[in-house]
Design a binder for this molecule. Structure first.
Ligand code: OGA
Ligand code: MN
Length: 219
């Protein structure tokens, strides 16, 4: 593979420092330009071919298609295209840096393309579902060209443990190549209604169950 175009240690240090200090980190323009272009072309193609399924809420038996909570469409990545393979490799380098500084064992990575049509949104939620030590760190990467303030679709972020009534700490415009990191279990967030089609990759790292001294039940 060609040299990884990850930013230098300062940028990685900022990400992990933010995660430790506040549980989230917003990094404008983190995705290398060629990778951004390739992934944007791919999500546009996936959208044009209508290879997307309505996104649900919860997991497995608790899975719901509740359009009053979440209105978007997704396609899981399988890493079989060059752009997806490069994205997975790029995320692998981020994982190593996060593992080292947070001293956690992030292991599996899962990612999907997510398309929000005008009228799409996602109500306030956590990414790690109740009862499962599941997703530990979330990564959202945006694939929008020239996002305008009037397009809406902001990512609303609350502080760790904040109540619904508390004011958010940030509203982030989904600018192309920007990357958002959040601790999946503790950072409440929401996607405001979007007025333009909004393209993103939503991804999560899971913990390695074998590092916890037990094996996950098979069910
Ligand atoms: C998600 C999510 C945020 C965004 O997919 O779980 O919160 O900005 N996405 O797209
Ligand atoms: Mn989320």
């Amino acid at each position: 593979m060609t040299a990884m175009s990850l930013p230098g240690d300062n940028r990685l240090g900022a990400i992990t420092g933010d995660l430790i200090a506040q549980g989230w980190s917003w990094q404008p323009g983190l995705l290398p330009e060629p990778l951004y272009r390739a992934l944007r072309a791919e999500i546009l193609a996936v959208d044009a071919e209508d290879d997307l399924a309505p996104a649900g809420v919860g997991r497995e038996e608790a899975f719901l298609l509740d359009r009053s909570i979440r209105r978007s469409r997704i396609a899981w990545m399988d890493g079989t295209t060059p752009a997806q393979a490069e994205f997975l490799a790029w995320a692998g380098q981020l994982r190593e840096a996060i593992n080292r500084s947070l001293m956690i064992g992030l292991f599996e990575f899962e990612a999907c393309f997510a398309v929000y049509r005008p009228g799409g949104f996602y109500d306030r939620h956590l990414d790690s579902f109740e009862g499962a030590r599941n997703r530990l760190v979330s990564l959202v990467v945006y694939l929008n060209e020239d996002w305008q303030a009037e397009d809406g679709g902001g990512l609303v972020v609350w502080a760790e443990g904040a109540d619904e009534a508390d004011a958010p700490v940030a509203v982030i415009a989904p600018e192309g190549a920007g990357a958002m990191f959040m601790l999946s279990e503790t950072i409440p967030h929401a996607v405001q209604e979007t007025l333009a089609t909004r393209y993103a990759i939503a991804a999560w790292w899971r913990v390695n169950p074998s590092t916890e001294g037990r094996v996950d039940p098979l069910s």
